[in-house]
Design a protein. Structure first.
Length: 296
C-alpha cells in the first residue's frame, strides 16, 4: 500500500469515475486502474464494483477511502510542517536581553512584527547580565541576544557574530536643577568633579574613557537599576553618561550634553555564526531587513 494507490482510491470514490479521477491526478486511466487493482490484490478484498458504464466503491472501499483521506491529509500536513521547520518558520527561539538595556521603540516594534509574520515560532525572552550573553549563546541556552555594542563591552568571543542595532555619541545627563542648567553654553567638561552615578557590575570602560578626554569625577555612586540612576540624576545627586537608547533621556527633569572625543555606544544583536536552530537564521535576516527599512 503506497501513497499513490491511496490517492487513486480517494479520487475514484469521490467521482465514481476512472476518467475524472485520472484528470484530477494528472494520470492515465490505465495507471489509475493498475494502482487500485494492485491495492485490492495486496489486501485480498474488492474495493470497487465495476460495471460497463459506472464504477462505485464497496463498503470496504468507502471505509478505506475515508481513512485514506485522513492519512493523506495528515501526511501532507506533516510534510508542510517539516518544510516550515527546515525553513525556520516553525520552532522555538530563545532571546536574551542585557539587563542594562532599555529597549523602548525599535526592538519591541520588530519583535511584534516578527511574531505577526511568523506565528508558528514560539519566542521566549529572558534577562541576563551582559557578561553572560556570549557563553549562553555558545552553550545553546540562548539563540540570540541583545546587549551593549561588543567593542565597548569587550565581549568578542570566536564563533559569534553580531548585527549593529544602533550607535550614538554618549551624552552626559544632569538635573534641570544643576548649577550648570541655566548656562547658555555647556560642555561635558563643565561637570568635572561632580558625583558620577554608575550601574553596578556594568562594563568598566566608561570612566577610563571619560578620563582620557579630561573628564574626571569627584566620586562614584553605584546603583542597581536604570530607574535608580534616573532618580539620582533627577534629584541632582549626580550625573551620568549613557547612550541615547536609555529611558532617562525622556525625563522632563533631565538635560544632556554630548561627550565629544569618545567612541560611540549602542546596542548589538549577538548570534552563533553556525546556528543549529534554523529560526535563528530567519530571525537575523528579518531583523536586518527591518533595520534597513528604518534607516532609509
Amino acid at each position: 500500500m503506497d501513497f499513490q494507490q491511496l490517492e487513486c482510491l480517494i479520487e475514484v470514490c469521490k467521482y465514481n469515475s476512472f476518467t475524472r479521477a485520472a484528470n484530477a491526478l494528472f494520470l492515465s486511466q490505465s495507471s489509475i486502474s493498475k494502482n487500485i487493482a494492485a491495492l485490492e490484490q495486496e489486501l485480498g478484498i474488492s474495493l470497487l464494483e465495476r460495471t460497463r458504464h459506472r464504477v462505485s466503491p464497496t463498503k470496504a472501499g468507502v471505509y478505506l477511502a475515508r481513512e485514506a483521506q485522513r492519512i493523506v491529509g495528515e501526511m501532507s500536513g506533516a510534510a508542510e510542517h517539516a518544510k516550515q521547520i527546515a525553513s525556520g518558520k516553525m520552532g522555538f527561539l530563545k532571546i536574551g536581553v542585557s539587563d542594562e538595556l532599555d529597549l523602548n521603540g525599535l526592538l519591541p516594534g520588530f519583535l511584534s512584527s516578527f511574531s505577526r509574520n511568523f506565528p508558528e515560532i514560539e519566542i521566549s525572552i529572558s534577562i541576563h547580565s551582559y557578561k553572560e550573553l556570549d557563553n549562553l549563546i555558545l552553550g545553546g541556552s540562548l539563540d540570540v541576544a541583545f546587549g551593549p555594542c561588543r567593542s565597548v563591552a569587550g565581549q568578542c568571543q570566536d564563533g559569534l557574530g553580531s548585527v549593529l542595532i544602533n550607535r550614538a555619541t554618549p551624552r552626559l545627563y544632569y538635573s534641570c536643577d544643576h548649577k550648570n542648567a541655566g548656562k547658555d553654553h555647556v560642555t561635558a567638561e563643565d561637570f568635572c568633579n561632580d558625583t558620577y552615578i554608575a550601574l553596578r557590575n556594568r562594563f568598566s570602560k566608561t570612566l577610563p574613557m571619560l578620563k582620557s578626554v579630561g573628564i574626571v569625577f569627584r566620586n562614584v555612586i553605584y546603583v542597581d537599576s536604570l530607574q535608580a540612576m534616573k532618580l539620582y540624576v533627577e534629584a541632582n545627586q549626580g550625573v551620568t553618561v549613557l547612550g541615547e537608547s536609555y529611558s532617562i533621556i525622556n525625563s522632563t527633569k533631565v538635560k544632556s550634553v554630548l561627550v565629544n572625543g569618545v567612541s560611540e555606544v549602542g546596542t548589538d544583536m549577538i548570534f552563533k555564526c553556525a546556528p543549529s536552530n534554523e529560526s535563528t537564521i530567519l530571525f537575523r535576516g528579518e531583523l536586518e531587513k527591518y533595520l534597513d527599512r528604518k534607516r532609509k
